[in-house]
Design a protein around this ligand. Structure first.
Ligand code: PHB
Length: 392
């Protein structure tokens, strides 16, 4: 065999391998899941990724003739990292879909990448209303703060609460929560006497809680991102707000099911609004909680996990519709109007805004069988994001 023949053979082999790789890549849809797996918001990463994996364990890795490959990457909760990892996933790793996003600034940092590369982007955790407006390739399976703050305002106005101080994390979702609780509560005759904003990073609530105590409202309405609730609850008690007769009402992020049990009996009686409780009573949720606990060493699934689970449900349903086509325009067209039964209840994707339409439940923290739970007692059915309903 001449050298030339050998070289030709090697070249041919290389071409075949390259061809095979392309063929294999054609059969695979890579989903880049970018989450805070480390840092102060690691509980969000743990829950969302576990929810996504629970979905795949149940439904397998094949849909629309494609194999779904989940690639989980840590951004440490830092927006610059989120954007860098997103670019890498799209350009170097061939990710066709991006998903995850534990906090609003992390989701926002990726919007330009989504638009430029026309990559379907599924927000599974962050909750500021405006995120879906940042790119036409963004859709969402968590929820919006206006959506689940407004019902708390309705409940408060109907249950003898006349004056409220709001206390929120000083960034996108906190400002949304403050605006929509206040709008609803005051339109029904309530008064918000003070609006307190606390830093997102390393919050010490003590001085802010003292301000609330001094203002002596009937109730304090609180939004803090998932993971911070136990520290808040501890300081709420230490400052004697409950003893002073100030009722705690909040978004469900504060009484997050992941950490609720560690908050102790002082959390009992807290009223919150949210889209998911581990104790939600439906056959779909019973099956979900059981499967999730089995896959995750008995960990209790919270609302973040359901955002991850439903994010995968959305991806599978859209790819089923497009016959495996994950390209931006085809995928986003397929997303519009999708509906399915989630562990949280019925959900759909608003064809106009690409945001999620879902039930919001008003809940009370109660002890059930020796554990603390958010027990749902009222339902606001099929709510659209009120912010976009007002200014689409
Ligand atoms: C957000 O940053 O959008 C966010 C984070 C945690 C939550 C809710 C919203 O629990």
């Amino acid at each position: 065999m001449t050298i030339r023949a050998i070289l030709a053979g090697v070249a041919g082999l290389a071409m075949t391998v390259a061809g095979l790789q392309t063929a294999a890549a054609d059969d695979v849809v890579k989903v880049g899941l970018i989450l805070p797996m480390t840092g102060p918001f690691a509980s969000t990463g743990r829950q969302v990724s576990a929810g996504a994996k629970t979905f795949m364990a149940k439904h397998g890795a094949t849909v629309g003739g494609k194999t779904i490959e989940l690639v989980i990457r840590d951004d440490g909760g830092v927006a610059d990292q989120t954007r860098r990892v997103a670019q890498e996933l799209v350009v170097n790793d061939g990710a066709a879909i991006l998903a995850g996003f534990g906090l609003t600034p992390l989701a926002m940092s990726v919007a330009p990448v989504s638009t430029q590369a026309k990559v379907p982007t599924i927000v599974m955790a962050a909750g500021t209303a405006s995120i879906t407006k940042a790119s036409e390739f963004i859709t969402r399976t968590s929820g919006t703060l206006p959506q689940y703050s407004l019902p708390v305002g309705t409940w408060a106005s109907q249950n003898g609460i006349k004056s409220v101080v709001t206390l929120v994390s000083d960034y996108g979702p906190g400002l949304d929560a403050e605006k929509w609780f206040t709008k609803e509560f005051t339109s029904k005759g309530g008064t918000v006497t003070e609006a307190v904003r606390v830093p997102l990073q390393n919050p010490d609530f003590a001085p802010f809680l003292q301000r609330v105590r001094d203002a002596k409202p009937d109730a304090v309405f609180v939004f803090l991102p998932s993971g911070v609730g136990s520290l808040f609850m501890k300081q709420f008690n230490e400052r004697g707000l409950a003893d002073a007769g100030i009722k705690l009402i909040a978004t469900g992020d504060v009484t997050d099911d992941d950490i609720l049990n560690s908050m102790g009996p002082s959390a009992i009686g807290t009223i919150t609004g949210h889209f998911y409780a581990t104790s939600h009573d439906s056959p779909e949720n019973k099956a979900y909680v059981e499967a999730f606990k089995k896959e995750n060493d008995g960990m209790r699934p919270n609302f973040m996990s359901v955002g991850g689970y439903d994010g995968m449900a959305l991806i599978y349903a859209a790819l089923e519709k497009t016959g495996g086509d994950a390209s931006g325009p085809a995928f986003m067209e397929a997303v519009k109007g999708l509906s399915w039964t989630s562990p949280r209840g019925p959900v759909s994707i608003d064809p106009e805004t690409r945001d999620i339409i879902q039930n919001i439940y008003v809940r009370e923290v109660k002890e059930v069988d020796g554990e603390l739970h958010n027990v749902e007692f009222a339902t606001f059915e099929a709510l659209k994001d009120p912010e976009k309903a007002e200014a689409p």
